[in-house]
Write a protein that binds this ligand. Structure first.
Ligand code: ATP
Ligand code: MG
Length: 741
């Protein structure tokens, strides 16, 4: 996946291009306003700019320019980003620009580092253990307050505790403070305050601290100990903050303590992308920056380098209907790219059709040459991922969920590192390297010992993931060799490659792994892809049902704006009229699309609308796949809504009328297939699908295709075998040996 990308820096093989020759050359990649940001190295600087206008690029170049010009000592710069991934990427970009050694961290990781260092001096002893998850301790605190809460209630309560802590609200003050906000407390505030107080007490008793405590304690130490504050200020002299619109009051306080009464602070943000207000973040710090720093340089960027005019038109249209403080400060984006396709609006009958239709479109894009890593499916809540995962598996499209383990921490990458290191050490004496002349062939030879093959294993799943990681290492080797040769330099050795990997691992900069990204809209912040699918855009999901107040609904609109502005070229917006096949179809597309999607006006009534039209999504792949009516239990006739039961086509507790022998034969056949394909059994068919097959005993392709989990590709690949087994035919030994197509 390319993330918050700078194609000129990250697309291969440029990733290895030499750093700019000097400080002035760093500025060459910037437009005049961005240059103003990069060269304003002293004094407060505030960049207010829309999505894709190069904010992240401008601050990265600013640091690099300052370091390369000898104005900013690298160790004196602290760049704060929103996620550790963004921090890793910033370090990678800085390295590419010839400015290593700068600290790029999240607020949390920078604070934790300082706290660990200063704790013995400030408090004495070791820093208390950091609690990874609050849920257990909050449940215990609730129980002590005689409350029995289910998982969702606990989650809501944790949300309130976290909000209180980042707004620096102590338990006793919570009821009064929350009453003054537009926040809708999920339960009686007095009760929440009691559990919150008990939770804090339990933490103290057990000598543990939570995530927010890291920031609170750092603030406390810096406030109470001027000597420690001076030491920290002596180390860090220059501060840069990305995504400043989502800074919480606690983070803001920490930033103020770091900066002290100095002026060297540069913040960048887009109030229209404020999507974390629900956690206590607020764009006020960004919007009031000039008031707090009257002598600051304020730069506005409006040139959108990321998206086509078509995508930008939609983004601007979406924001034109926004209200609230952020909306008052919105900037009209101007695309710098060539025209591209109109955004597609696709309406589906039900969610499985939407997932299937999306997977089919993705397959078409991949077949037309768009790399899978340049495609993303975004949804409102993580629970929506499952149906897309299944649809992509069925369509044979590799995918990855955002938030997975970091590349260099994955077991297969570590193992590969050990193998490459050992081969580099033994050099020509390593028999694995026989006949491998150049670096890419050497790397392929070594990694073939770890399971790399020239062709990927079919399907997805753990085996495919492992292969993708190894393939990413092979691509890195190819790209290193290509860039060295383009620069007229000596061919790289295996030792050079190992050194490069080490450096990358340190910079936490993972090479792209070929797979479609599945991510929530929140976690897509700052990232970009060639093709983006915004799915599930119905009322109830966008805005989400629990967004009740105007402010909450506006935040949902901004979330959709974040989604739209992730797309460089292809943008598809889709929704399903009912959840399950054969449902009433009573859902409505998101109100935010009114006046933007064809045939609607801003009030939601039918109007002239924009260009293009709404497509009716169809389901199925190359072969027609009949959609079922409402799925009803085959045994008792009840309408089914649970996905597992829908797959089975009966209530979980209704008696099964399964042909046991057929089920056994199907299972044997499945393990044989899985063995041949080198994949886990569930990649062939899941247990539920197999059970449904054994229960329905389909007697033709059409019937088999109606079983959930039997997508067009699986039908093509396994249909003949499964139907033969259902017809009671014995699969001959030869047939069984032969890999299915
Ligand atoms: P977001 O609001 O989503 O965080 P952003 O304002 O931080 O976006 P960047 O991610 O820095 O924007 O840049 C968006 C894209 O535009 C990147 O691919 C970047 O490389 C490209 N870009 C930015 N400025 C320029 C420029 N002057 N010339 C060419 N490409 C640019
Ligand atoms: Mg950015």
């Amino acid at each position: 996946m390319t993330a918050a990308t700078d194609p000129t820096l990250f697309s291969q093989p440029d990733a290895y291009a030499d750093p700019p020759r000097d400080a002035d050359a760093v500025l060459e990649g910037l437009d005049p306003e961005q240059r103003e940001v990069a060269t304003a190295l002293h004094g407060p600087v505030c960049v207010l700019a829309g999505a894709g206008t190069g904010k992240t690029r401008a601050i990265t170049h600013r640091i690099a320019y300052g370091v390369r010009a000898g104005i900013l000592p690298p160790a004196s710069v602290l760049a704060v980003t929103f996620t550790s991934r963004a921090a890793g990427e910033m370090r990678g970009r800085l390295r590419q620009l010839g400015a290593s050694g700068v600290q790029a961290r999240t607020f949390h990781s920078a604070a934790l580092r300082q706290l660990q260092f200063f704790w013995p001096r400030a408090v004495g002893g070791e820093l208390p253990r950091l609690l990874e998850r609050k849920v257990q301790l909050v449940a215990e605190a609730a129980a002590r307050c005689r409350l029995r809460l289910d998982r969702n209630e606990l989650r809501d309560l944790i949300g309130e505790i976290e909000w209180s802590k980042v707004t620096q609200t102590v338990p006793e003050d919570y009821p009064a403070v929350v009453a003054k906000t537009t926040r809708v407390p999920p339960r009686d505030p007095a009760e929440t305050a009691r559990v919150f107080g008990m939770y804090e007490q339990l933490k103290r008793d057990r000598s543990v601290i939570d995530f927010e405590d890291v920031l609170l304690l750092t603030v406390g130490v810096l406030q109470d100990r001027p000597d420690i504050a001076d030491t920290v200020r002596g180390q860090y002299q220059h501060f840069v903050v990305d995504e400043y619109q989502d800074v919480s009051p606690l983070q803001q306080r920490l930033l103020e303590l770091w900066v002290g009464d100095r002026q060297n602070l540069c913040v960048v943000g887009d109030a229209s992308q404020t999507i974390y207000s629900f956690t206590g973040a607020t764009p006020d710090h960004l919007l009031d920056f000039r008031t707090r720093h009257p002598d600051s340089t304020v730069v506005k960027l409006v040139r959108d380098y990321r998206s086509t005019p078509q995508v930008v038109h939609l983004a601007n249209g979406l924001l034109s209907q926004a209200t609230g403080r952020a909306a008052e400060h919105r900037l009209e984006l101007v695309s710098q790219r060539e025209a591209g396709p109109e955004p597609a609006y696709v309406e589906y009958a039900d969610e499985p059709s939407e997932a299937e239709g999306t997977a089919r479109r993705i397959r078409e894009l991949i077949d037309s040459g768009v790399p899978a890593s340049e495609i993303a499916v975004l949804y409102r809540i993580n629970a929506q991922s499952e149906i897309y995962e299944q649809a992509l598996v069925d369509a044979d499209v590799p995918y990855q969920l955002r938030g997975a383990e970091r590349f260099f921490e994955r077991p297969e990458v570590r193992e590969a590192g050990v193998a490459l290191r050992s081969a580099a050490r033994f050099g020509e004496n390593d028999s694995l390297l026989d006949g491998a002349a150049d670096l890419p062939s050497q790397v392929r030879a070594v990694l073939s010992g770890s399971g790399w093959t020239p062709e990927p294993p079919a399907g997805s799943g753990a085996v495919r993931d492992r292969w993708e990681s190894l393939a990413a290492l092979v691509r890195l080797a190819e790209s290193l060799a290509a860039s060295r040769s383009a620069a007229g330099k000596e061919a790289p050795t295996l030792g050079d490659f190992v050194a490069e990997l080490d450096e990358r691992a340190n910079a936490q900069h993972a090479p792209t792994v070929e797979g479609v990204t599945l991510a929530s809209l929140h976690s897509a912040k700052g990232l970009e892809w060639d093709a983006v699918f915004l799915t599930g855009l119905t009322e109830g999901m966008m805005p989400i049902t629990h967004a009740k107040t105007d402010a909450q609904v506006e935040e949902e609109r901004r979330l959709l704006y974040v989604g739209v502005t992730r797309a460089r070229l292809h943008l598809t917006l889709s929704w399903a009229l009912s959840r399950s096949p054969g449902g009433r179809g009573g859902r409505r597309p998101s109100r935010f699309l009114n006046g933007l999607r064809p045939g609607t006006s801003a009030t939601g009534t039918r109007g002239s609308g924009g260009p293009g039209g709404i497509e009716r999504g169809r389901s199925g792949g190359s072969r027609a796949r009949k959609r079922r009516g409402p799925v009803q239990c085959r045994v008792c006739g009840r309408s089914l809504t649970d996905p597992g039961e829908m797959k089975l086509m009966r209530c979980e507790d209704c008696p099964s009328d399964m042909d046991e022998q057929l089920y056994e034969r199907l299972r044997e056949w499945r393990s044989e297939q899985a063995k041949q394909l080198g994949q886990p059994a569930y990649c062939v068919f899941t247990d539920k699908t197999l059970l449904a097959i054994a229960e329905t005993v389909p007697d033709g392709e059409a019937e088999l295709a109606c079983i959930s989990g039997v997508g067009a590709r699986k039908l093509e690949r396994f249909g003949a075998d499964v139907l033969a087994l259902c017809a009671g035919e014995e699969l001959g030994a030869e047939d069984a040996e032969e890999p299915s197509q």
